[in-house]
Design a protein around this ligand. Structure first.
Ligand code: 3EB
Length: 334
């Protein structure tokens, strides 16, 4: 009855009963099975054997499913996975706010209303994607517009308290809607911070009028299980980008941050220790031309771990890569 993560390439045609949903990654994917919570991440895969990969969350047992205010969701037991895609153009008429800010706020309002209705209040992990993340419009970088909308929704739902925010990532794609996928449950996530980094919720104002809201990692507990989600992790020490023009340096710093976060996780873990080479990694690469250097620099650090490289924009213009990861342990048995 554990929550399982599966990766398949080429993608399987249509999800089956015990699948909660997941992501479809590749250059020209579309969420093939509409109505299912499948996040289409339209981005080139680097160094992959196939042009597309499907990642799926499975949980044995009957699934409830629905569509709530544009959120496709499926729920098994007390675990819910959902995806919402919003077209910014539909928010263009709101003269008081940039469309991306309005769309972000609205998406999170809808997610929180669904979780309230389902009585599954605890967000475990969020995946955020948007077009042109570093472009400036309305006098503000679009990632910062997103941060305003996200924070306004968290505040409106009394969810902005530090220590109560999920693991997350936020990436830029070449185009497409604002797309947010989320995993939520009945039990609180155990949020983790990184002693090498200032909490993102406390970034100074030079990084935008409102801070991002995410924890550096989270431990979550489906029945009999402990899952570690490491948020998007970059070459940031304190609150500053380090090695701005040195892609190998950014690789090593991001891995040092992941090692620090995993060490924190191991202090809080209820299961055995998490090891760096058992994690499943997704590495976002800003410039495809940097991929060989990134792969070769990370190889000795990742051991034989599973890793998928995806070309995407990182939320600070000086960041050349971002790494996220996860792992699962059975509780009580090992
Ligand atoms: C950073 O550490 C890099 O806005 O949800 C990483 C993970 C980053 C999540 C988010 C942003 C987010 O600030 C960027």
């Amino acid at each position: 009855m554990t929550l399982q993560f599966h990766s398949s390439s080429p993608p399987t045609s249509r999800p089956t009963g015990s699948e909660l949903g997941g992501a479809l990654l590749g250059q020209a994917v579309s969420a093939a099975a509409s109505g299912w919570p499948i996040q289409a991440i339209c981005a080139p895969l680097l160094g992959a054997e196939r042009a597309a990969v499907q990642e799926t969350w499975r949980l044995a047992g009957p699934c409830l499913h629905g569509e709530s205010e544009g959120i496709a969701w499926r729920r098994a037991g007390d675990i819910l996975f959902g995806v919402i895609d919003l077209d910014e153009a539909e928010f263009a008429a709101l003269a008081d706010r940039p469309p991306l800010q309005a769309a972000s706020e609205e998406a999170y309002h809808r997610i929180f209303r669904l979780l309230d209705a389902q009585k599954l209040p605890h967000l475990w992990r969020i995946w955020n994607y948007m077009a042109d993340i570093n472009a400036e419009t309305h006098g503000l970088e679009r990632y910062r517009q997103f941060n305003i909308g996200r924070q306004d929704a968290f505040i409106a739902h009394h969810r902005s308290a530090t220590g109560n925010v999920p693991a997350a990532c936020a990436l830029g794609l070449a185009g497409g809607p604002l797309s947010i996928a989320f995993l939520a449950g009945a039990t609180p996530a155990v949020p983790l911070e990184n002693p090498r980094q200032v909490s993102a919720c406390e970034y100074p104002a030079e990084y935008g009028p409102r801070t991002p809201l995410f924890s550096r990692a989270a431990l979550v507990h489906p029945p009999g299980q402990e899952i570690l989600f490491v948020s998007g992790t970059a070459s940031i020490v304190g609150y500053q980008t380090v090695h701005p023009d040195d892609v190998a340096g950014q690789c090593r710093e991001a891995m040092a941050n992941i090692a620090a976060v995993v060490a924190e996780a191991n202090r809080a873990a209820r299961s055995r220790s998490f090891a760096l080479d058992e994690l499943v990694y997704r590495v976002y690469v800003r410039h495809a031309a940097d991929f060989p250097v990134i792969r070769d620099t990370l190889a000795p650090q990742l051991g034989g771990a599973d890793v998928l490289y995806v070309q995407a924009d990182i939320c600070r213009a000086d960041l050349l890569l971002e790494i996220e990861a996860m792992a699962s342990h059975t509780l009580g048995l090992d």
